[in-house]
Ligand binder design. Structure first.
Ligand SMILES: *Cc1c(COP(=O)(O)O)cnc(C)c1O
Length: 364
């Protein structure tokens, strides 16, 4: 059977290995498996969320409230914007998909960082768009601008903080860049880890209201999957000028967010205290990774997120190390497919991190 030609050079996205797979493949007791591969919140989600979701499980038979009024109002209040500035997706992944389908087609040029979130390219390839990349490992906005001027891409992806490297852009530099981009070019600013960056360094904080009111061609993406601890609920969002949002709505399937997910995300927003505690714990634990890296002579990229990227030296191999860790029940992300001899490790609970240091010390 023939399928679309655009699918021929797409590699299926390799999500962080689920715990169930390691149980099956290596026969390890699920209790002894630690997953530090997908940047989920190791402390889970707020008890308020768990209670609220438990209280409405009986509503599963009915379709969700497709107006999403409760969550929309909560998000609008949180970001001090209107509901017309907002679209909610099944993960911010789905908003990325809407964006590409709304603006790109065969041959459309889409510019992104050399190393960045893999889904941008996958969705770009769905429609046969052409992916352009910068050369540097970290976002270099001068390089972005040079390629922009030469190639005139129709979409630009900026990921700050960036996944999988953890670095973040200075807000001032970002704004200076955005003010040089013409209004017909869509710029996507993916802020999946912004809660962490804003906590660590005010100079890296991107404010969705300021951003979208100043730049009518820019969309801010956020997610409940990371700091809010709701990876399993699949809720993300885009904030932008209503003119962009209206177009994205044309692509949204009805009922794209489940009843339980809508409730979970709404309540998660009301418990900022829980999120802030988790973020503070994250940066406390990050110090241990930095010390570990120094002790082991491993290069660590300064991170503004809930993960660290450890760039191994010539005597070490990221594929060997991540496979050996996997056999011991420790799941981390090998970055060899990005052309890096590096692993990305989600910062876990203190106990999980201790286990990572023990196992890695043994294996190196
Ligand atoms: C995790 C992540 C997302 C999307 O997550 P969803 O679970 O789909 O909301 C988007 N961008 C980056 C950079 C991410 O790391």
């Amino acid at each position: 059977m023939k399928f679309n030609k655009t699918l021929e050079d797409i590699k299926t996205y390799e999500a962080g290995k689920p715990i169930e797979l390691v149980v099956r493949e290596f026969g390890i007791d699920p209790k002894n498996i630690i997953k530090l591969a997908s940047n989920e919140n190791p402390y889970g989600c707020s008890m308020k969320v768990q209670n609220a979701v438990s209280a409405i499980v009986s509503k599963m038979a009915l379709y969700p409230d497709d107006s999403m009024t409760k969550l929309k109002n909560a998000l609008a209040a949180r970001f001090n914007l209107g509901v017309a500035n907002l679209i909610i997706g099944s993960g911010s992944d789905q908003v990325i998909e809407f964006l590409i389908h709304a603006k790109a087609h065969a041959g459309t040029k889409i510019l992104m960082n050399s190393i960045t979130f893999a889904m941008y390219e996958i969705y770009a390839k769905h429609v046969g768009a052409e992916v352009l990349r910068t050369a540097s490992r970290e976002h270099d906005l001068d390089e972005f601008y040079a390629i922009y001027q030469e190639q005139k891409p129709e979409i630009i992806f900026i990921c700050t903080p960036n996944n999988p490297t953890g670095d973040a852009i200075d807000t001032e530099k970002l704004n200076a860049f955005l003010s040089k981009i013409d209004k017909d070019t869509l710029v996507v600013v993916d802020c999946a880890y912004m809660e962490y960056a804003a906590f660590k360094d005010a100079n890296k904080k991107v404010d969705a209201k300021e951003l979208t009111q100043r730049f009518e061609n820019v969309i801010y993406l956020g997610t409940f999957s990371k700091a809010y601890g709701l990876g399993g609920m699949r809720v993300g969002f885009g904030l932008a000028n209503p003119k962009i949002i209206e177009e994205l709505y044309k692509l949204r399937p009805p009922f794209n967010i489940t009843t339980l997910s809508l409730e979970a995300a709404s309540v998660a927003l009301s418990d900022e205290e829980f999120v802030n505690k988790c973020i503070a714990a994250n940066f406390e634990e990050m110090k241990r990774y930095e010390e570990f890296a120094i002790a082991k002579k491993i290069d660590i990229i300064e991170s503004f997120t809930n993960f660290v990227t450890l760039c191994l030296n010539e005597t070490q191999n990221s594929t060997t190390l991540s496979n050996a860790l996997l056999q011991k029940g420790m799941i981390v992300r090998n970055l060899s497919s990005y052309g890096l001899n590096a692993i990305r490790v989600t910062i876990g609970t203190p106990e999980q991190n201790t286990r990572f240091f023990e196992l890695t010390s043994e294996l190196l």
